[in-house]
Design a protein around this ligand. Structure first.
Ligand SMILES: C[S@@+](CC[C@H](N)C(=O)[O-])C[C@H]1O[C@@H](n2cnc3c(N)ncnc32)[C@H](O)[C@@H]1O
Length: 253
């Protein structure tokens, strides 16, 4: 089989879905269901999934009877989402291309840790706040900051292999800047295509809970609940006070 570097991001989206996205979603689904039960919707069941990736949350909300739209900045991710989600939009979460409010907005799997500073984080929250009415809720998770030195600082790469993909994620942690760096390599046999090589880099910034709450306040949002969330039962095996933080927020009037 020939190898092709040009389409590498599409191959990562495919391997991401199989190795990471579906696994994470299995776990976060419980929190979503609990929040839907705990905070029943009053009006129209409208949902926006911000940074929707491969469309797993859109699929979940639609199965629960919601009208759901996904938005993401990555065309390969949106391409992968097409099989699950009929309504998808390309866009940046700091300037969301919608007008009408949504009853529920989600932003899952540490998608907001991709933002490099607090100003950017507040601008993403502001953009979501503009799409919220008095009864809307924003549900999102971000990485607990301890997870960066404890997991991103590890020497061994994360490795996942399936029948049609192989993924290796080697991470480093720059404590002074609070930035984690990931080098993603591997390959995927895309359906109906040849084997495609994966080679890309990602960065994430660690935020303390206090910084996240301050950024929410800057955007006129208020947390209703902040939960510790451990999608892979890592507590006890890593030297960290927490793994992820899951927020439920309302718009302040
Ligand atoms: C770790 S994935 C999570 C995807 C999905 N939420 C899930 O749970 O599988 C992070 C996603 O954030 C998206 N993303 C990163 N920066 C973005 C931005 N500025 N605007 C919109 N999406 C962004 C990426 O394209 C990617 O799909």
């Amino acid at each position: 089989m020939t190898r092709n570097r040009v389409e590498s991001y599409g191959a990562f989206a495919y391997a991401y879905d199989k190795a990471l996205g579906q696994r994470f979603f299995k776990s976060v689904r419980r929190l979503l269901r609990e929040s839907l039960d705990k905070y029943p919707v009053r009006g129209a069941k409208t949902h926006l999934d911000v940074a929707c990736g491969t469309g797993l949350a859109v699929d979940f909300f639609r199965a629960e009877g919601w009208r759901s739209v996904g938005v993401d900045a990555s065309l390969p991710m949106l391409q992968m989402a097409r099989g699950r989600a009929p309504q998808l939009v390309a866009g940046d979460y700091r300037a969301l291309p919608f007008r009408a409010p949504f009853a529920r907005i989600t932003c899952l799997y540490d998608s907001l840790n991709h933002l490099k500073d607090r100003v950017e984080l507040a601008s993403a929250f502001r953009s979501m706040r503009r799409l919220m009415g008095p009864d809307s809720l924003l549900l999102f998770d971000m990485n607990h900051p301890d997870i960066y030195p404890a997991v991103w600082g590890m020497r061994e790469p994360f490795v996942a292999t399936g029948r049609d993909y192989h993924l290796e994620i080697a991470t480093t942690w720059r404590k002074r800047e609070g930035i984690g760096h990931a080098l993603v390599t591997g390959w995927a046999d895309l359906p109906g295509s040849e084997r495609v090589e994966i080679h890309e880099r990602h960065e994430q910034r660690a935020y303390r809970e206090r910084e996240i709450v301050e950024s929410l306040t800057d955007a006129n949002l208020a947390p209703v609940e902040i939960l510790d969330f451990d999608p892979y039962d890592e507590s006890g095996t890593v030297d960290a006070e927490g793994v992820k933080l899951f927020f439920v927020c309302r718009a302040k009037s």
